[in-house]
Design a protein around this ligand. Structure first.
Ligand code: PLP
Length: 418
């Protein structure tokens, strides 16, 4: 006899026509998980441990994974598994593991790929925490990293050594918004038998790196995917074998370092994931409007949706085209004092919050050189073009972006920028 009610059975047995081509939003929409009593949301598992019918079954699970059987919530819990399965579908991957933060996802991935003596080639323009992990922490376990301009494939190729195990990039980099050519980087990684790890935090749904040949995608769920700035979370999406290796009870970093995502949070992030496609479109629409508007005022604006952005053509050719060019733009105010003055005014006049992070429904802004990228030494910031006066703006879901633009104009005037 089926363990499901007739209505759930009918859902499960109905096949829908598949989309002609891969669409992340359709994949998320088609992800169905029912609650214990047929609820439209899966039940939240409020348990750290799980019963077994007999000792033999428990022993069997310690030997190998058994579909639908759970052991202990640091390994995986059902609520986390629902979110992981939905994210795997969104990225077009075989499997996923969710974790307590984006940094946990990145650290566990790199620790699983590399051992003492191994080497990583990383883009030099990445989130400051990821940079600090590779530059300062991983060397303590004998793992070293060369940081290069990853938009220049020759530089990436030249940095590869006999001990290199992985290439690490962000699809759209934090904070300089460089666009990386995932297809070309994946080909280079294959040529040298390396794994290409891509942080897709800035561009969920916009880019599908696994579909372009990347081996592993990592996300900070804290940003756009959750979208409500109320929790920290992360995810790794990859082949089944790699995900199983992360969770291995004897030597997997996610099992042994233990950065689990709580089941209540996993459940709330899953609900937010279902509106991600609409939010990404709106963030992109607002960012495009503001970028054009501010550019016309003669300001130094970087946004990959603008034709003069160095990565515009590449992004246009490689993105999933219904989701825009992302919700982040940068404005160079010239120096740190001007940047501070402008951000103060924007906060006082309710454009948004002076805060780190991004992907929130309200606008957030900060000067990365003095905050989220401060881990990167000054001379390296200079070399990569990260200036003192650069402001990163994560545009919110403002319904009247024209009105926001008028308020920003007033702030720019009073800060002496126009
Ligand atoms: N990756 C990127 C691109 C980020 O911007 C961040 C945080 O700002 C992270 C990873 C780290 O994520 P978390 O704060 O969830 O650990």
């Amino acid at each position: 006899m089926s363990r499901f009610s007739p209505i759930i059975e009918s859902f499960l047995n109905t096949t829908r026509e598949s989309a002609m081509s891969f669409d992340p939003a359709t994949e998320v929409q088609d992800f169905l998980a029912f609650g214990e009593f047929g609820g439209v949301n899966p039940s939240i598992t409020d348990s750290s441990t799980y019963t077994f019918l007999n000792p033999e079954k428990m022993e069997e699970l310690f030997d190998h994974e058994i579909e639908g059987c759970f052991l202990y919530s640091r390994h995986v819990n059902p609520s986390a598994k629902y979110l992981a399965d939905a994210l795997a579908r969104m990225e077009g991957g075989e499997a996923a593991q969710v974790m307590g933060s984006g940094m946990a996802a990145i650290a566990c991935t790199l620790m699983q790929l590399c051992s003492a003596g191994d080497h990583i080639v990383s883009s030099r323009t990445i989130y400051g925490g990821s940079y600090a992990l590779m530059k300062n922490l991983l060397p303590r376990w004998g793992i070293t990293t060369s940081f290069v301009d990853a938009t220049d494939l020759d530089k990436v190729r030249a940095a590869i050594t006999d001990t290199t195990k992985a290439i690490y990039v962000e699809t759209l980099s934090n904070p300089l918004l460089e666009v990386n050519d995932i297809k070309e980087l994946a080909a280079l990684a294959r040529e040298h038998d390396l794994k290409l790890v891509v942080d897709n935090t800035f561009t969920p749904m916009i880019f599908s790196p696994l579909k372009q040949g990347a081996d592993i995608v990592v996300h900070s769920l804290t940003k756009f995917i959750n979208g409500t700035s109320d929790c920290i979370g992360g995810a790794v999406i990859a082949g089944k074998e790699f995900i199983a290796s992360l969770m291995d009870i004897n030597c997997g970093p996610s099992m042994l370092l233990g950065p689990v995502l709580d089941s209540f949070r996993a459940s709330s992030i899953l609900k937010n994931l279902h509106s991600l496609h609409i939010r990404m479109k709106k963030h992109g629409e607002n960012a495009m409007f503001l970028s054009k508007h501010l550019k016309e005022k003669g300001l130094d604006i970087h946004y990959p949706g603008l034709p003069d952005h160095p990565g515009h053509a590449l992004m246009n050719a490689t993105r999933n085209d219904s989701y825009g060019f992302g919700g982040i733009l940068t404005l160079d105010a010239g120096n740190v004092e001007r940047a501070g003055q402008l951000m103060n005014l924007m906060q006082q006049r309710k454009v948004g919050y002076l805060a780190v992070s991004l992907g929130y429904f309200k606008t957030l802004f900060s000067a990365p050189g003095h905050s989220t990228s401060s881990e990167i030494p000054d001379e390296e910031q200079k070399a990569m073009g990260l200036t003192d006066g650069l402001i990163r703006i994560s545009i919110g879901l403002d319904n009247e972006i024209h009105r926001t633009a008028v308020t920003i104009d007033g702030c720019l005037k009073d800060a002496g920028l126009i």
